[in-house]
Structure formats: C-alpha cells, structure tokens
Write a protein that binds this ligand. Structure first.
Ligand SMILES: *[C@@H]1O[C@H](CO)[C@@H](O)[C@H](O)[C@H]1NC(C)=O
Ligand SMILES: *[C@@H]1O[C@H](CO)[C@@H](O)[C@H](O)[C@H]1NC(C)=O
Ligand SMILES: *[C@@H]1O[C@H](CO)[C@@H](O)[C@H](O)[C@H]1NC(C)=O
Ligand SMILES: *[C@@H]1O[C@H](CO)[C@@H](O)[C@H](O)[C@H]1NC(C)=O
Ligand SMILES: *[C@@H]1O[C@H](CO)[C@@H](O)[C@H](O)[C@H]1NC(C)=O
Ligand SMILES: *[C@@H]1O[C@H](CO)[C@@H](O)[C@H](O)[C@H]1NC(C)=O
Ligand SMILES: *[C@@H]1O[C@H](CO)[C@@H](O)[C@H](O)[C@H]1NC(C)=O
Length: 398
C-alpha cells in the first residue's frame, strides 16, 4: 500500500468509525438511504441434492449480473414478518416514476397491485406462506402454504384470519399470487425446492410496501429456547432465497450469501434495544460483511401499545425510505403528492440519512479490506475528512 493510500485508509476508517459509533442511538421518524443500486452479481442455486439425507448439498450456478437503480432490490422480493406481531393490512404499490420529497418530478400515481385486509378478510394477489414443510439437514423446513394462523401448514392458499397474532420466533411470508414456471436453471424463478408452493414475489424498481401492524410486548417469559425473544421484524428478501432455503445450514443452498439481496424495513436487532426498529441493507454495495450489512444507525421507535402504519418506498432515483405515519391510507390509487405528504416532517432532524457507497466493478467478487473498498469508490480524501467532521459535529451536538 502506498503512503497516500495508507493515509486515505486511516481517514476512511476513522470517518466510518465516527459515522457509525458516535452517531448512534437517536430516534427518527424516517430512515432514508440514497445512492441505492449498483452493478454486481450473485450465484443462484443450480442444484439441490439428497435434500432429506445427511448428504444433502447444493451447487451454486454461474454468476447472474444485476445493475441499475435500487439493484439488486429492484428484483422480485418476498415479504417476511416475525412476531410478536399482528398484521391488519398489507399493500404493495408500483409507480412509473416517483422521487422522494420532489412533487414536481413525481407526477405519477401509485397503483396498488396487491392487498390484504385482515378485518375484511380480503387478499388480492397475495399468497401467505410459512416454513412448516418437510425438514432437511441442509435446507431446514420447506416453504408451504400458511394456514389462517400464519404458522401452521395448509394444503392450499389461505387468507390469514383477522386475529393473526404470531409470537416471538414465529414467522410467515407473503408472495404474489402469480405462480412460478417449473423449477429450472434458466427459468424465471430459477431452481427451487421440490414440492413447495412457488410464487413470484413483488416486482419493480419504483415500488412501495405498506403495512398496518402491531408489535406488542411478548407475553411469554424469556428463555434460552427463543432465538428472537420479543424481537419482531418486517423484511424483504430476493424471492429466490425462501424458494430454496431461508435458513440453510449450507450457504450454497441460498443466493443470500452471494448477495442477491435483503432489505430490513423494521427490525429489532437485539434484546437490549427491543423497542428500536432499524433498517438494514444486506447487499455488497461497498461493504464486505454481508451479515452486518449497511445499517441505519438511527431507529424508529417501536410502539408496543398501539397500531402502527408505515413501510418502505424505493424511488426512481435510488433513494429508499422506511417510515411510520399514522395518516397512511391503503387506497387503490395514491397520488405522488399525497405520498410525499406522508413524508413531510417539520424538522430535518427527524430523518436519518445514509448514502450508500458507489461501487466500481464487481464488489461481490472482490476480497479486499473494508478500507480498501472504500477507496475504490472514486471519492477523495476530502470526502472522508468531511465525514469525520460531520461525525464529530454530530457527537458534539448530542
Ligand atoms: C438523485 O440521487 C442523487 C444521488 O443520491 C442525488 O445527488 C440527487 O440530488 C437526486 N436527485 C433528486 C431529483 O432527488
Ligand atoms: C388505479 O390503480 C389501478 C391498479 O390498482 C390501475 O389499474 C389504474 O390505472 C389506477 N388508476 C389511475 C387513475 O391511476
Ligand atoms: C401481482 O403481483 C405481481 C408481482 O409484482 C405482478 O407481476 C402481477 O401483475 C400482479 N397481479 C395482478 C393481478 O395485479
Ligand atoms: C459450496 O460450493 C463451492 C463451489 O462449488 C464448493 O467449493 C464449496 O465446498 C461448497 N460449500 C459447501 C459448504 O458445501
Ligand atoms: C443492539 O443493536 C444496535 C443496533 O444495531 C447496536 O447499536 C447495539 O450495540 C446492539 N446492542 C447489543 C448489546 O448488542
Ligand atoms: C432474552 O434472553 C436472552 C438470553 O437467553 C438475552 O440475550 C436477551 O437479551 C433476552 N431478551 C430480553 C428482552 O430480555
Ligand atoms: C408535496 O405535496 C404534498 C401535498 O400537497 C405536501 O404535503 C408536501 O409537503 C409536498 N412536498 C414537497 C417536498 O413539496
């Protein structure tokens, strides 16, 4: 490493450190990320063998490339929910063009293409699934239709009942009702696990996922049998992941570890901060550690007493925003300005903003250190000095 690179590295690491460590622990109304989307690749699963025996293995296929605004989260996404949680409404919307906080260039309307209403017992373009199928040593439990309680197995697509409360560790997922073609390497849904109900997730570069939900305090006692005690979450996965394996014991059994994409909308990260909902990207956009991902170091407050309404918007300019708003409606059509109206905040401090790094070339195949990949993002020393300055200013102010 040259001397200049070394200096850059030190500043970059220090900047990142201050950015992440000192600016934590603040509540916001909205968690925004900008510059979302990059050119990269992932390896889909091309073969699953001996799935119910101890010899169970999976074979990764050739790299698939993605690029453009919001990539790879511009691909089909499935929706995942973990208790303690109750879902009253879910809506998925698409728009031709929408830019967060810009009414002039956001002339389109948002059209609802999937909707669930617990009270009215309606589910349009929605399939509820859960991991309660056949067990496998390398794949875990298979995806199956969820019964109306969200967590037991059903033989066909079933609408969740209005009192669909699930407790800690319990999960269900949502796909569209568009069926996948047969499993296969060059088929639209890729290779997936035998016997599962295979549906597409929700598609679009410019898209919005809305939820009306409760995340009440867990009433059971904590014990070591829980993995996620009182840690509810709502998140999005590249829909290839749950169709092969959401919780594999072998990383080759899902495209997750090669970076096909996850976005956590509202997630409790640990028992210490169980009333804080964070947003996180698990993609390789400028980072090496996919498990940690690209986190918001601010959070949205979890209301354990009342119903919450909110969701995430992926806009046409590579900005995403996780937000909570009591005035949110689930109408069939929402105008761009009414959606921007939901995002109106009187005080800029109510919005957390993190800019994702620009990535040159294929990040997922590089094996460099964090500091080095920061340097390849095309920014200079000044950027990092500014980051340090901002970090310090933030620290002094709080
Ligand atoms: C689009 O995103 C870029 C990069 O994050 C930002 O600099 C620019 O201001 C955004 N444009 C609009 C119209 O919001
Ligand atoms: C309203 O949304 C529906 C889909 O939900 C769409 O077919 C229709 O064109 C939209 N209407 C307007 C005025 O945008
Ligand atoms: C259901 O959602 C899928 C995925 O986004 C979409 O391709 C399909 O057109 C939708 N179906 C209807 C009837 O709106
Ligand atoms: C995953 O696949 C790679 C490439 O085929 C192989 O080298 C590796 O051993 C596999 N890992 C496991 C845990 O099976
Ligand atoms: C809990 O998660 C938050 C957000 O990631 C983190 O800042 C904090 O250090 C974590 N606390 C513990 C005890 O792990
Ligand atoms: C529940 O217990 C686990 C240890 O088994 C602990 O890590 C976690 O913080 C506890 N959660 C709460 C909310 O106390
Ligand atoms: C966009 O229009 C809505 C509705 O008129 C308004 O509430 C909101 O403040 C506007 N946003 C911006 C950024 O001008």
């Amino acid at each position: 490493m040259s001397g200049l690179k070394m200096i850059y590295s030190i500043f970059a690491v220090l900047g990142l450190f201050l950015d992440t460590v000192l600016a934590t622990a603040q509540a916001y109304k909205q968690l925004e990320f900008s510059n979302v989307g990059f050119t990269g690749s992932f390896t889909p699963v091309q073969k699953i063998s001996d799935e119910t025996s101890s010899k169970c293995t999976c074979e990764p296929g050739d790299r698939e490339y993605f690029s453009g605004t919001n990539a790879p989260l511009s691909e089909y996404l499935s929706v995942h929910l973990r208790g303690p949680l109750k879902l009253s409404q879910f809506g998925f919307y698409v728009a031709d063009k929408f830019i967060i906080n810009d009414n002039s260039s956001s002339l389109g309307t948002w059209d609802r293409v999937a909707y669930y209403n617990a009270e009215k017992q309606t589910a349009d373009n929605v399939t509820f699934t859960t991991n309660a199928g056949t067990d496998s040593p390398c794949l875990g439990k298979a995806l199956c239709y969820a019964a109306n309680d969200g967590v037991s197995k059903a033989d066909s697509s079933t609408v969740l009942k209005s009192d669909n409360y699930i407790s800690s560790d319990e999960e269900f997922s949502i796909f569209s009702s568009t069926e996948c073609p047969k499993s296969g390497k060059n088929k639209k849904c890729g290779v997936y696990r035998k016997g599962i109900p295979a549906y597409y997730g929700f598609y679009g570069t410019t898209k919005m996922f809305l939820f009306e939900f409760e995340m009440p305090r867990e009433t059971k006692k904590n014990s070591s049998s829980f993995s996620y005690y009182d840690m509810p979450a709502i998140w999005l996965l590249n829909d290839h992941i749950p169709r092969t394996s959401q919780y594999p014991t072998n990383g080759n059994c899902s495209c997750w570890s090669s970076g096909c994409g996850e976005y956590d909308i509202f997630e409790v990260m640990n028992g210490t901060e169980r009333d804080r909902l964070y947003s996180t990207f698990h993609t390789f956009q400028g980072i090496e550690n996919l498990n940690v991902g690209i986190q918001s170091y601010g959070y949205i407050e979890r209301d354990t007493e009342n119903t919450m309404r909110g969701g995430v918007i992926f806009d046409s300019n590579g900005s995403t925003i996780s937000f909570i708003s009591s005035s949110l409606s689930f109408d069939q059509n929402l105008t761009a300005s009414s959606v921007n109206g939901l995002l109106y905040v009187s005080d800029e401090d109510q919005v957390y903003n993190r800019k994702l790094l620009s990535v040159a070339g294929s990040a997922s195949s590089s094996k460099q250190s964090d500091a080095f990949s920061l340097l390849t993002d095309g920014r200079g020393l000044w950027y990092y000095l500014l980051t340090i300055f901002t970090g310090l200013a933030h620290f002094i102010m709080v």
